[in-house]
Design a protein around this ligand. Structure first.
Ligand code: NOJ
Ligand code: CA
Length: 541
């Protein structure tokens, strides 16, 4: 067998079974009292992540941004927003994380930038048809006076996907009007991002999460969509003209070559993990593979309700995709765009209610234990290890998400999962800041979920995560085996080789434990060898 030079030198595929902790920098920990999390705050809390037992960190965007979409509208791709500190602070954080053995993945937003980005400003000041304008999608409008948008696409965050500038042309933005889409058909765009990736690789980051990875290219003619969303305020995530164009794969092939040259230097892979939404998980396999992305978030499990059959199917689909792509599943229960698991599973929703909280927390614990037992990697959204619920009743005047504004309040938006973490104490700001206020208000009831409270309680969600991560590391590392067995339609049961068994009771009545011994770890205590509903248990035997 011939082994290529690169295959021989890349020896550390750590991402394949990593447990990555997602940090939303604005809401993790504030060091200087302005109520906004920052890099020095994160650095101070690195021992917390070591104690929890995760293997790395994914950071949401921390680049200079006017925050029209909380950092996903970037004005400088190679610097740090003063809210979060300086580039020096980032470097210190990075070396601190590495000292603790934590890998660091950063977010790359290549579909769009900010209206304040120098390239967009230059485009605005340039004439229609100029090279500067061709870095974006500037078009003349339709109608007698060009007063109508060039096509009928809708923005994902509400309203038309086009905005008009003073000289009458329109520019495309698939998200907010403050996030103009780059024109990837202009080769300068690819060159620009190649340099951005190199900048961060040279600083020592360990991988990239790719925002809206199915985006970048649009259909070259920008034609009207056969748009079922026409009457809706928001866009169609599956609009086949706006997303998922074949040319995007060449970009990822080039990026893969680039990150592999870094991997070859020290043997450690620099994973590219794609956020590929709106298409259905079967499309992930087009993006993942030895010559493109290492991983893509598997959202299908996150998007199903607490229901044995649906969860079993999602798991089977994930594992099939892993076989097809030779890349393990990237399991997730939540992120900064999604209603927190403890509230989702409780039937709660932003602006409505927190639902049946007790039930939601039970299920979120059981779901966490389930995905931590599956082969593959996992991304844990900050606060999920505390079982934090969504804050569903943030007052309207505190909401920051453009989704709320752009849908005229029709959609509440994503602020409820982005509320700053409660660290300690009985009242807000719960040790998040040395100051008094926080950029989003924390509810009083967060005291029951604080890190201090939960670390002191034996059966807390924090302790469940901590034990699960430790057992996972000790007994499942390097183990890719999976064999399910049948214990009834409401029960999900599988072995991971000879010595590890996971069973989930997804029904609503207790079931007799299928194992002869006490579980090694359970999300809810057994009674008389009966496994309660909404419970996952592990046996190491
Ligand atoms: C996906 C990100 O996760 C989300 O927070 C952001 O608003 C959009 N992409 C646009 O960048
Ligand atoms: Ca701060």
């Amino acid at each position: 067998m011939t082994i290529t030079a690169s295959a021989r030198s890349i020896t550390d595929s750590w991402w394949r079974e990593a447990a990555i902790y997602q940090i939303y920098p604005r809401s993790f920990s504030d060091s200087n009292g302005d109520g906004i999390g920052d890099f020095n705050g994160i650095r101070d809390r690195l021992p917390y992540l070591r104690d929890l037992g995760v293997s790395g960190i994914w950071l949401n965007p921390f680049y200079p941004s006017p925050n029209h979409d909380q950092g996903y509208d970037i004005t400088d791709y190679t610097d740090v927003d003063p809210d979060y500190g300086t580039l020096e602070d980032f470097k210190e954080f990075l070396s601190g994380a590495h000292e603790f053995g934590l890998r660091v993945i950063i977010d790359i937003v290549a579909n769009h930038c900010s209206i304040e980005h120098p390239l967009f400003r230059k485009a605005l000041n340039a004439a229609p048809g100029s090279e500067a304008r061709s870095r974006f999608h500037f078009q003349d409008g339709r109608g007698e006076h060009g007063q109508l948008p060039p096509n009928n696409w809708r923005s994902m965050f509400g309203g038309s996907a086009w905005s008009r500038v003073d000289d009458g042309q329109w520019y495309l933005h698939l998200f907010t009007a403050e996030q103009p889409d780059f024109n990837w058909r202009n080769p300068s765009t690819a060159a620009f991002f190649y340099d951005v990736l190199r900048f961060w690789l040279d600083l020592g980051v360990d991988g990239f999460r790719l925002d809206a990875a199915q985006g970048l290219f649009k259909h070259p003619d920008l034609p009207d969509a056969d748009n079922p969303f026409e009457e809706e305020r928001v866009g169609d995530a599956a609009n086949a003209l706006a997303w998922n164009q074949p040319e995007v794969h060449d970009v990822y092939r080039n990026w893969r070559k680039l990150v592999d040259t870094y991997a070859e230097k020290d043997g450690a892979e620099r994973p590219l993990v794609g956020e590929i939404t709106g298409l259905g998980s079967r499309y992930l396999r087009d993006y993942i593979g030895a010559d493109q992305l290492h991983q893509g978030f598997f959202f299908e499990f996150m998007n199903v309700n607490w229901d044995g059959q649906s969860m079993r199917e999602a798991i089977a689909n994930g594992l099939q995709q892993a076989r097809d792509t030779a890349s393990p599943v990237t399991w997730v229960l939540g992120n900064h765009d999604t209603v927190r698991a403890a509230t989702r599973y409780a039937g709660g929703a932003p602006g409505v209610s927190r639902g049946d909280e007790e039930l939601g927390e039970l299920r979120a614990r059981a779901a966490a234990l389930l995905i931590l037992a599956l082969p593959g990697s996992t991304y844990i959204f900050q606060g999920d290890e505390l079982g934090l619920p969504e804050v569903t009743d943030l007052p309207a005047d505190t909401l920051k998400d453009p989704v709320f504004r752009n849908t005229n309040g029709g959609r509440r938006g994503r602020d409820g999962c982005r509320v700053p973490i409660p660290w300690q104490g009985a009242e807000p700001p719960f040790g998040f800041t040395v100051g008094t206020s926080t950029w989003l208000p924390q509810p009083e009831y967060f005291s029951a979920y604080s890190v201090e409270t939960e670390r002191a309680q034996r059966d807390s969600t924090w302790n469940l995560y901590q034990k699960a991560l430790a057992i996972r590391k000790e007994h499942l590392a390097g183990n890719t085996m999976f064999r399910s067995f049948d214990v009834g339609s409401d029960v999900i049961a599988f072995d991971r080789g000879e010595h590890f068994t996971c069973v989930v009771n997804a029904g609503d009545v207790p079931v007799r434990s299928p194992m002869g011994s006490e579980p090694t770890l359970t999300s809810c205590p057994f009674k008389d060898n009966m496994m309660p509903p909404n419970t996952t248990a592990w046996w190491v035997h």
